[in-house]
Design a protein around this ligand. Structure first.
Ligand SMILES: CC(C)(COP(=O)(O)OP(=O)(O)OC[C@H]1O[C@@H](n2cnc3c(N)ncnc32)[C@H](O)[C@@H]1OP(=O)(O)O)[C@@H](O)C(=O)NCCC(=O)NCCS
Length: 159
């Protein structure tokens, strides 16, 4: 599958929100497509970056995944990866890795590290991040929802 990574257009956001809803975190957190999309649109206008992985080989190109970035969301000084998700039909085909690399390339030089949170039950995603050089450095019990601990992951940038 050929994809390009580029900045999202406003018309992409509803599909991105659908992809996020269609995941274990979407189900566990009870994401609602329309309200998530509204929040993403709002933050896009407010300065966040949303990258999409766009399929290029189809007549009606779909979105294979997206990464939502808050440029200073890590304690006001480091890039924070707010949400990343691949279309379930495209998982394990490199889309997430391409998006993670694009997140790092896009934000390199801002702050000293990249930060993200990942729910404790999402063990496959934690492994995915660890495979890309991220380390679990903390845990936030009940941070976003009772009963779910958010693991804090970070990766120091090379200067
Ligand atoms: C985590 C995620 C973005 C990785 O994207 P991807 O395109 O599947 O990742 P890649 O193909 O680049 O790498 C595959 C690796 O990701 C990991 N992985 C994480 N979650 C996975 C899932 N649900 N299905 C398959 N692989 C997954 C595995 O370690 C896998 O390695 P393997 O193929 O050797 O088993 C993607 O699986 C996803 O969208 N998950 C649901 C949303 C989510 O949990 N996001 C993270 C929020 S913190």
């Amino acid at each position: 599958m050929a994809i390009i990574i580029e900045d999202a257009f406003p018309g992409d956001i509803l599909r991105c929100a659908q992809i996020a809803c269609d995941s274990e975190i979407g189900r566990r957190y009870g994401f609602v497509q329309e309200s998530l999309a509204a929040r993403m649109q709002e933050r896009l206008i407010g300065g966040d970056v949303i990258l999409v992985a766009r399929e290029t080989e189809q007549a009606a190109p779909d979105i294979a995944g997206f990464a939502w970035i808050d440029l200073k969301g890590g304690f006001g000084q480091s890039p924070y990866l707010k949400l990343i998700a691949a279309n379930p039909a495209r998982r394990s085909s490199g889309v997430g890795s391409r998006l993670l690399a694009a997140f790092e390339a896009r934000t390199h030089g801002r702050g000293r590290a990249w930060l993200l949170l990942c729910s404790d039950f999402n063990t496959q995603a934690i492994r995915f991040y660890e495979n890309h050089g991220y380390a679990v450095v903390g845990a936030l019990p009940d941070f976003a929802k009772d009963g779910i601990t958010e693991m804090v992951l970070y990766k120091l940038q090379e200067h």
